[in-house]
Write a protein that binds this ligand. Structure first.
Ligand code: HEM
Length: 558
């Protein structure tokens, strides 16, 4: 009988391939092929055979943090997810969600073992470069030491206080216009503009002009014919800030990468790689303009770094970094300075503004807490127009409790990945971790676990932060890692708390705030006609913003 070679090959190869496939499916029913098989850690539900959780991130994205919470409730302190590795398919990526306080403490106390890692930098490096957020080891230490200079206590009292008070005044002027016109205003947008203006002045010595008291600026009011709502209303709008829009675009793209191991290809085929490049170009140009200006100031003063500033007032972050030299004695390059600018603008802008937005959202849902905050502001500050200084904010324990409680339920950095640089054992769950695994911590999940916070864990209750003597409760930062903890604890924690107290106490004394349009589907990851069944009021990004913003109506108080 004459049997051709391809037919023989087919008759042998096809069954063999099918047999191998069947064995692999049997061995890896819910994990990526070739995952380690005896890790003594439960595997999260939602995994597919041979693919593991590779397609899972995209599916649960609109309620991603709540899905992590479901997983924590179902599987406990530690759970594993596996992903196909696009570059080395026979070595899948294994990720562990770690929710045990003791494990979290061990991880955060040892940033030299639990690094940001090369994999992390591959995802965020295009945006953050070699700046403090992405750096490890010596590079991180240097960035941290230099940056620490602007967070000295003496600056909080004087320089920061004056700037926040000025910015709160600009904020009130804009809110007053909105109140007079009866316009809807996106408070999150306004707060983002406040924090970028303030932080750019304090840290970079420049004015971005994102918000202004000028009448022409606040005249941006548009009548909106809203077919869906069947009504017409006025919305207050503001000029675009190209840097901020570019950052938002880059942030959104970078964040999608964390749930897509094939992001390079996805971006290539969707054209998002080009969108990313043009956003980066715009941000780089913004940073370069600042750097060139600062360098020419230095030159004009005969090479003295921080011209006219030393002795006359505090130095900006850029001045400090211009003074810094690399190990070989060379000055920081423009590229290094660019990374400083971008990293700190990101840290200073989104975090505080978004948390303040969540504070107002919670306060609107809890009028009695809002009234107590207003009462505290009048008691500490005396009058409606008195400026709120640093020492005042230290007396505002209820306002601080509101800020902390809001961060507990809406932590601005909801998850963080760490990559072990060496094998280790997590002490709380006795879990063996291998070099190259990914450990994900989640303040969002920990903040809502009954095991960590008690039966009322999901209830927003600022009282939990106050002692009977009305002082602030000092919680372990490992139970509440919203500002990170250990050697890499947030450098801006005190600054953000001070800024929040100034803005909250100033707005509360002058205005009533009412939520508007909360029932719009675009504001929810999962929308449902019944309010209690809606989920994902947040946007999914590097930081926890409010999806669709925070629309409010303002009424000025007498
Ligand atoms: C509500 C406000 C804020 C929250 C919730 C917050 C939270 C955090 C978190 C969780 C980290 C660790 C991030 C990571 O390693 O992945 C961090 C780091 C950092 N934050 Fe904040 N932050 C806030 C405001 C600020 C502000 C206003 C600044 C001012 C510049 C700032 C500066 C920094 C810096 C420089 C780091 C890096 C520290 C290091 O790696 O050594 N943060 N912050």
């Amino acid at each position: 009988m004459d049997v051709s070679l391809p037919a023989i090959a087919l008759s042998i190869l096809l069954p063999s391939a099918l047999a191998i496939y069947a064995i692999l499916v049997f061995l890896y029913p819910d994990t990526a092929a070739f995952s380690r098989r005896n890790r003594n850690v439960p595997t999260a539900s939602g995994g597919e055979s041979l693919l593991g959780h590779t397609r899972y991130g995209g599916k649960v994205r609109p309620r991603t943090y709540d899905r992590k919470l479901d997983i924590a409730r179902e599987f406990g302190d530690i759970v594993r997810l596996t992903f196909v590795n696009p570059t080395v398919p026979w070595r899948p990526v294994e990720q562990f969600y770690a929710f045990n306080v003791e494990d979290v403490e061990f991880i955060l106390r040892n940033p030299d073992i639990f690094e940001k890692g090369e994999e992390g930098r591959a995802v965020i490096g295009q945006l953050l470069g070699e700046g403090i957020f992405a750096a490890d080891g010596h590079q991180w230490l240097v960035a941290r030491k230099t940056a620490s200079n602007i967070f000295k206590a003496s600056l909080f009292r004087t320089h920061f206080s004056a700037d926040f008070a000025h910015q709160a005044d600009v904020l009130c002027s804009v809110l007053r216009t909105a109140a007079l016109r009866g316009s809807v205003v996106d408070l999150q947008d306004v707060l983002l503009r406040c924090t970028i203006d303030s932080f750019a002045r304090l840290a970079l010595g420049t004015d971005v002009g994102a918000l202004s008291k000028e009448p022409a600026f606040t005249n941006g009011v548009h009548r909106i014919q809203d077919a869906a709502r069947g009504e017409e209303y006025e919305r207050m709008t503001f000029p675009d800030i190209p840097f901020a829009s570019a950052f938002d675009t880059a942030n959104a793209i970078v964040n999608k990468r964390s749930s897509d191991p094939f992001w390079k290809w996805t971006e290539y085929f969707s054209g998002e790689d080009q969108k990313m490049l043009s956003a980066l170009r715009l941000m780089d140009d913004f940073a370069q303009t600042l750097i060139t200006k600062k360098r020419s100031e230095v030159q004009a003063s005969g090479g003295k770094k921080g011209p006219g500033l030393e002795g006359d007032g505090p130095l900006s972050l850029l001045d400090y970094f211009l003074r810094y030299e690399n190990d070989d004695g060379s000055e920081l390059t423009d590229r290094q300075m660019r990374d400083v600018v971008i990293n700190f603008l990101i840290a200073g802008r989104d975090t505080t503004a978004q948390t303040l937005s969540w504070c107002f959202w919670e306060l609107c849902h809890h009028p009695e807490a809002f009234a107590r905050l207003r009462e505290e502001a009048f008691r500490v500050l005396g009058s409606r127009n008195a400026q709120c200084g640093y020492d005042h904010t230290k007396e505002m324990t209820w306002t601080t409790a509101v800020f902390y409680e809001t961060l507990r339920l809406h932590p601005n950095v909801p998850t963080a990945n760490k990559i072990p640089a060496a094998d280790a054992r997590l002490p709380g769950t006795n879990t063996r971790i291998y070099k190259g695994d990914i450990i994900q911590l989640s303040s969002y999940v920990m903040g809502r676990l009954k095991k960590v916070w008690g039966e009322d864990a999901e209830v927003w209750r600022p009282e939990r932060w106050l002692t009977p003597a009305n002082t602030l409760v000092r919680e372990s930062p490992y139970k509440w890692p919203v500002f990170n903890a250990g050697p890499r604890v947030c450098l801006g924690q005190a600054m953000a708390t001070q800024e929040a107290c100034v803005f909250l106490s100033t707005v509360a004394r002058k205005f009533d705030v009412e939520l508007w349009g909360e029932d719009e589907p675009r504001k929810w990851g999962v929308w449902h006609p019944q309010e209690e069944k809606r989920e994902g009021r947040y946007s999914v990004g590097l930081t926890l913003g409010m999806r669709g913003g925070l629309d409010v109506k303002i009424r000025e108080r007498a």
